[in-house]
Design a protein around this ligand. Structure first.
Ligand SMILES: CC(C)(COP(=O)(O)OP(=O)(O)OC[C@H]1O[C@@H](n2cnc3c(N)ncnc32)[C@H](O)[C@@H]1OP(=O)(O)O)[C@@H](O)C(=O)NCCC(=O)NCCS
Length: 169
């Protein structure tokens, strides 16, 4: 496999990113709500910027979205009083299994964190507690736990999640 490159997403990447997402759902059950419309899931309303990791195809993705009242945003605002306009929500991080354990997830995260630093945005995220590889990655990169949440999906189902912030101060 060629060495992965992380770069800003372009419209032409969306079908490839959607195909990678369908693969991750099959191997990891992420996202837990399923992938009935993977292209819409890749490009929801409110995306500020997104990145893909590419080898000979799209193998990973991450995005920063505007804060829209998510649990992580509420938790961070309660702790800090920070204005919602200064908060970005890091979301939709995934890497296909074949490309994992090669720092692709870390490179995607560093791209998003670099953007946040440049634009003076605080980042928050929520992650389901079952996604332990992602939690290890966030903690390794200095993200700070700010509380617990519950990820609602489907027909009123709930799954435990935790929320993080970066930078922590
Ligand atoms: C979370 C996720 C994106 C991580 O992707 P990744 O590309 O494997 O991430 P990295 O390679 O940066 O780090 C993963 C592990 O590989 C290790 N690693 C990185 N480069 C390595 C190398 N060259 N050789 C050996 N190990 C390496 C890291 O130390 C890390 O180890 P750890 O899990 O024991 O802490 C991926 O597992 C995934 O898509 N999971 C499913 C979706 C998901 O949970 N998304 C989170 C939503 S909130």
């Amino acid at each position: 496999m060629p060495a992965p490159v992380v770069r800003l997403i372009e419209n032409e990447d969306i079908p490839g990113a959607a195909a990678a997402l369908v693969e991750v759902h099959a191997t990891d059950g992420y996202p837990v709500e399923g992938v009935s419309d993977p292209e819409e899931w890749i490009r929801p309303s409110g995306v500020i910027q997104a990145w893909v990791a590419e080898t000979d195809r799209v193998v990973g993705h991450v995005a920063i979205s505007r804060a829209q009242g998510e649990d992580a945003v509420t938790l961070w605002q309660a702790e800090s009083g920070e204005d919602e306009a200064r908060i970005g929500v890091l979301a939709r991080l995934f890497v296909v299994r074949e490309a994992r354990k090669n720092a692709v997830g870390e490179k995607l995260m560093r791209a998003a964190m670099g953007y946040a630093q440049e634009h003076r945005l605080r980042l928050v995220l929520d992650v389901m507690t079952k996604d332990s590889a992602a939690i290890r990655l966030y903690e390794r990169l200095g993200w700070k736990l700010i509380g617990e949440a519950s990820h609602g999906y489907g027909n009123g189902q709930q799954i435990p999640a935790v929320c993080y912030v970066w930078p922590a101060s």
